[in-house]
Ligand binder design. Sequence first.
Ligand code: DSN
Length: 390
Amino acid sequence: MKDKKVEKLIVAEKARQKKVVNLIASENYVSADVLKALGSESVNKYAEGYAGARYYGGNEVVDQIENLCKERALKLFGLDPKVWAVNVQSLSGSPANVAVYTAVLPLGAKIMGMSLDQGGHLTHGHKASVTGKWWKQIPYGLDKDSELLDYDELLKIAMLEKPDMLVMGYTAYSKIIDWHKMKMVADSAGAHVHVDMSHIAGLVAGGVYPSPFEYADTVMTTTHKTLRGPRSALIFSRIDDRKLYEKIDKAVFPGMQGGPHMNQIAAVAVALGEAAKPDFKKYAKQVVKNTKVLANTLAKKGWRIVSKGTDTHLFLVDTWMNGKGISGKAASDLLEQNGIIVNKNTIPFDVRSPMDPSGIRLGTAAETTRGKKEKDMIKTAEKIDKLLRS
Ligand code: DSN
């Protein structure tokens, strides 16, 4: 690069990523091909509108890129293009959720979403996000004893509050969601079913987590977590008389944004192609195996794993353990000083603050991409245990 200052920082970040053990549950390492697509000339193209109906000339190639990306997205999740549509232009997960709500709900409608401190996401109706200002969150959480979804309790909330939409899919829930039971909760209120599968999309694609599509009206996923693509988002919608896809397309453009990032869409297409390969199934399987070993080894060492374990790529550790342990911030800082990167995280019913909560969140999607196996997870768990005890 001619710009040596920026080049130095890029090289430094690459070196940092190489030398740490990355247990951030929402991160991953993209392939060289995904990077190449991101850095390609498609970045130069303005393409406001949708394939075949743009506001600028010169779109004959990027139209093909966008159509290929859509085709691969539907195919990866086994969706019939006569039954499901997909929008691939949303820049990332938060605006994608807002676009879905804008398309489906009137302002002020009720969104039943998991509270942030229980494992939900800001855009599931939290007050700090526009989703909690433009719509009203009906919060739900986990059962206090089991730290699992309590479907009977959710049913009671839904029948009482009659939400317009039920949002499911979380950022810190380690167990399998029973989509069928959640659909029954939504149906009890006549609510629209929206799934945010950002965290688990790669596991769904890899066949190690049940697919939510049978039960959903709309599904949003980011593409950069377990799915191992660039930062972006996909919005799937069921094709029926409601014409959700038309409303969603309009909500994304011109509702939320102008020109789509065509280099990003090209890179998503590459990642979706990679996720369709048999190797990706092996990867997803290994992610779950690694996570279970990491969690079980820490549990054996005496650390409390929230929800008593994991079926996915992530889990929460209660490091505070009612004052007998170490706070989440202190744990995260200490691990970082020793080359292990995690994030501090509230645990359900946390008595501490989000800035210094009782836990940390660990995930193995990134390290599994780097070829780590069960034996490496045991070593990592032993190192974490030793550091936290020190
Ligand atoms: N920031 C993401 C995560 O870490 O789960 C969610 O947006």
